[in-house]
Design a protein around this ligand. Structure first.
Ligand SMILES: [Zn+2]
Ligand SMILES: [Zn+2]
Length: 194
């Protein structure tokens, strides 16, 4: 099998969120800028043929490769997506609950600091905003906690969506059975180990 993909691989996004929204699970590649996400949707994903969209998850210990590609009505602007990510609770929930299909949406990820949130917002340290001290650099008031500054995040989903019905979870040792996943790892992993 050739290791050359005619479709460029793209990994210039932050990560992937998994959310229930509109009754189906959503797979949400995340961007820091709304403009960039909207342009990528218009140029690339909007032109994908829904039934051809494939999402592959290739697991390796506590990490996984997120891999996504499709046939496009415009090959010039087509891209395939990949990202090596750490397994998370939301990922595991998606794996168990997707039922063979999902909506694909893009999302905008933003950091939130103490001045941006309500009192009951939860910090990455697990404690709420009101347990952080404005007069001490927004650090956490719990003595057992080593959080030095309140930080949380927000994900906004863009409205446009595509339905994905071709979703597979693979072990890395079986990756050769799947052309898209095999191509991805070949180009982005194996050919880089010299
Ligand atoms: Zn804390
Ligand atoms: Zn905190």
């Amino acid at each position: 099998m050739s290791s050359q993909s005619p479709i460029p691989w793209f990994d210039d996004f932050i990560g992937v969120a998994y959310r229930y929204y509109d009754l189906r699970m959503n797979v949400v590649p995340l961007f820091s800028e709304r403009k960039k996400a909207a342009k990528l949707w218009l140029d690339t994903i909007h032109r994908w043929l829904d039934h051809s969209i494939k999402i592959r998850f290739v697991e390796n210990d506590d990490k996984y490769w997120f891999i996504m590609g499709a046939d496009s009505q415009n090959n010039q602007t087509n891209l395939s997506f990949f990202k090596l990510l750490a397994k998370s609770e939301n990922y595991e929930r998606f794996k168990k609950g997707h039922g063979g299909e999902a909506y694909l949406r893009l999302g905008v990820y933003s950091d939130k600091f103490l001045e941006d949130v309500k009192r009951d917002a939860i910090c990455n340290c697990g404690h709420s905003a009101e347990d952080h001290d404005k007069n001490d650099n927004d650090s956490c008031l719990y003595e057992i906690c080593n959080c030095k500054k309140f930080k949380s995040f927000q994900v906004n989903l863009l409205k446009k969506k595509k339905t994905v019905t071709d979703i597979l979870f693979l072990e890395e040792k079986n990756v050769k059975d799947d052309p898209l996943a095999w191509n991805c790892l070949n180009v982005n992993k194996y050919s880089k180990i010299k």
